[in-house]
Design a protein around this ligand. Structure first.
Ligand SMILES: [Zn+2]
Length: 89
């Protein structure tokens, strides 16, 4: 199974965003993890770790993951948690 999107890099600033009410259906209002460019200034459209495009005007920034997190974003933002475990014994 291959995950899409990309992994967060060490030291990267991550933000949690969620589409504002009305932008998407309630069932799609999951929390995405978005890497923030180091300059603090987004030169273009952002993309969540899962690959979902993020339009700053259409999302609200959350202080932490809450509600329904995007599984792919969570997996990609946690280094070393995905992939096969080393064989023990
Ligand atoms: Zn996501």
């Amino acid at each position: 199974m291959a995950l899409s999107g990309r992994r967060a890099e060490p030291g990267e600033i991550l933000a949690v965003v969620r589409p504002r009410p009305g932008v998407v259906g309630e069932s799609k209002r999951v929390c995405h993890v978005v890497p923030i460019p180091e300059s603090g200034r987004s030169a273009g459209p952002l993309a969540a770790l899962c690959g979902e495009p993020v339009v700053p005007a259409e999302v609200e920034v959350l202080p932490q993951l809450s509600g329904m997190p995007c599984e792919l974003c969570v997996a990609n933002s946690t280094p070393g948690r995905a992939g096969p475990l080393p064989a023990a014994g």
